[in-house]
Design a protein. Structure first.
Length: 516
């Protein structure tokens, strides 16, 4: 059911190890807000892979958690619950028993998906949260019963596959019930098993050399967290990068510990202590075989892929689907904050006109990277008005910095937020903590971008789109701002004249305005 205020949808993923749920409110403008996301280990695949029968206790655990998550989703007003089951369920001879109990006890119509569909959805989920452009990337997801491997760019996957090999399955095959340290020989046996299972995938995916690699799943998250805590004495960061060298060090550390000692290891979820070494064997072997020197950890996966697939099929117009993850994320934040989309687009267009003409005139040497950040900062410069118009530049800074915009790194977010902060009032100086927190290069970028944004914002001061174009040129020792308008725009002219001092500070010349 869709109303003028939007609708609420839940996405539930019943995996071999865990159940995950994501509940979102989709607003009328097709932006969305995460209401809650939960995860619970159930070990549905425990004891299954020898005879392909789900154990009664495992079924009971899974149904109990799924029922709880379904009730949670409905308590948030979910109109629809989209639920899928993966490896353990699709291989079980008694899957009908599980599906029946889910319908009767949890009122869930669970859809069992293939390994290839699982890989496609994982790709959608992870790719929706990173900025790739035209670069090819490898995506790995190590589950309890299967491992998905995908190669793709920002817009589409090139190839994908699913191996019938996961952390729980490998543990049951080669180290069932093991509680002591794992010898080098037994670990090597696990790697040989992975290597033999992955021969076909390695041959296919080796034809697509990639510049980047992303890993999703609890196994990879835990391995990266152990590395951060054990070798760098810090808490793991978001989007942690795990190098092949550090992974080898983690494996050596884990192998030397008993099961009880692994459960107490900082960074490792105790519930994964018995399967983390098989999971590491899968990851390390695939990184070796696919020649991956490092892998970036993603906290997104199948359930986020379900959301992206739902939005693309239900709401997104073709032009929105074709947007980059950055552009879509910026538009999403703008809509959530109720921004004036027409004004934001006009300011962005004028700011880019000013950027391009200033570069052509030799006033700066910034390139496409800085231009893109100016575009997004311009679109979001007024989102702080959602909190309060008074000091809205400060609120814009906070929202851009903390809204978890997808596809940006911390430096990019800081430049965008600080540019928006200084789009009005004071000129950036080191006495401002927001500006002082930037490195020297970022400060130089912000000084230029915020001046261009100030001019562009003033040129749509009336929010009426009166200025058709704006260009900067250098005439001797004077900067000339040439404006083309289709009617009088006195309010805009008054606003621009207030920025003369800022222009002179940044570009070293006084500015005059010429109407065309």
């Amino acid at each position: 059911m869709t109303t003028s205020s939007g609708n609420t949808v839940a996405f539930l993923d019943l995996g071999t190890h865990s159940v995950r749920v994501l509940v979102v409110r989709i607003d009328a403008n097709h932006s969305y807000t995460v209401l809650t996301q939960q995860k619970e280990a159930v070990r549905l695949g425990e004891g299954e892979f020898t005879d392909h029968h789900l154990q009664p206790a495992a079924i009971d655990r899974a149904v109990l958690v799924c029922r709880h998550f379904a009730e949670l989703a409905r308590s948030f007003g979910a109109d629809e619950i989209i639920a899928v089951a993966t490896s353990a369920t699709r291989e079980a001879h008694n899957q009908a028993d599980l599906l029946r109990q889910l319908r009767e006890d949890a009122q869930l119509d669970m859809r069992v998906i293939s390994g290839l569909e699982e890989a496609r959805l994982i790709y959608l989920g992870v790719a929706s949260g990173v900025h790739l452009g035209d670069q090819l990337a490898t995506f790995l997801d190590i589950g309890g019963g299967s491992t998905e491997v995908i190669v793709g760019n920002q817009r589409q996957y090139i190839d994908l596959d699913s191996m019938k090999l996961g952390a729980i399955r490998l543990a049951m095959l080669l180290i069932p019930g093991e509680t002591g340290p794992i010898s080098a020989e037994r670990y090597a046996a696990m790697q040989r098993h992975v290597r033999n299972s992955a021969v076909r995938i390695v041959q296919r995916f080796g034809k697509h050399p990639t510049q980047l690699a992303f890993g999703s799943s609890g196994t990879i998250e835990n391995l990266a967290a152990v590395s951060a805590r054990a070798f760098y004495q810090r808490l793991p960061e978001r989007h942690e990068v795990l190098t092949a060298t550090d992974l080898t060090r983690v494996v050596t550390l884990l192998r030397g510990l008993t099961l009880d000692e692994r459960r107490k290891l900082p960074g490792l979820n105790p519930e994964r202590a018995d399967i983390i070494i098989p999971g590491a064997a899968i990851l390390e072997t695939l990184m070796q075989e696919l020649n991956l020197k490092s892998i970036r950890v993603s906290d997104r996966g199948l359930r986020e892929g379900l959301l992206q697939d739902y939005l693309a099929r239900t709401f997104y117009a073709p032009e929105v689907r074709e947007m980059s993850v950055r552009a879509r994320s910026v538009l999403h934040l703008g809509h959530r904050c109720g921004f004036d989309a027409t004004h934001a687009a006009q300011v962005s267009r004028l700011a880019l006109d000013l950027f391009d003409s200033a570069r052509a005139a030799g006033l700066h040497t910034l390139g496409s990277w800085e231009r893109e950040l100016l575009n997004y900062a311009s679109q979001l410069h007024d989102v702080g008005s959602f909190i309060s118009y008074n000091n809205h530049h400060r609120h814009s800074y906070y929202l851009i910095s903390n809204a978890d915009l997808l596809g940006f790194d911390q430096t990019e977010l800081a430049i965008m937020a600080t540019t928006a902060f200084f789009h009005r009032k004071v000129f950036p100086r080191n006495r401002h903590p927001e500006f002082a927190a930037l490195d020297v290069r970022a400060q130089a970028v912000v000084r230029i971008l915020c001046v261009l944004l100030r001019i562009a914002e003033s040129l749509d001061r009336s929010h009426a789109g009166l200025v058709e174009s704006a260009r900067l040129s250098l005439d001797g020792k004077r900067i000339v701002l040439r404006l083309r308008t289709h009617q009088r725009c006195q309010l805009e002219l008054w606003g621009v004249q207030n920025h003369g001092d800022a222009v002179q500070r940044v570009f070293g010349h006084k500015m005059s305005v010429v109407m065309e």
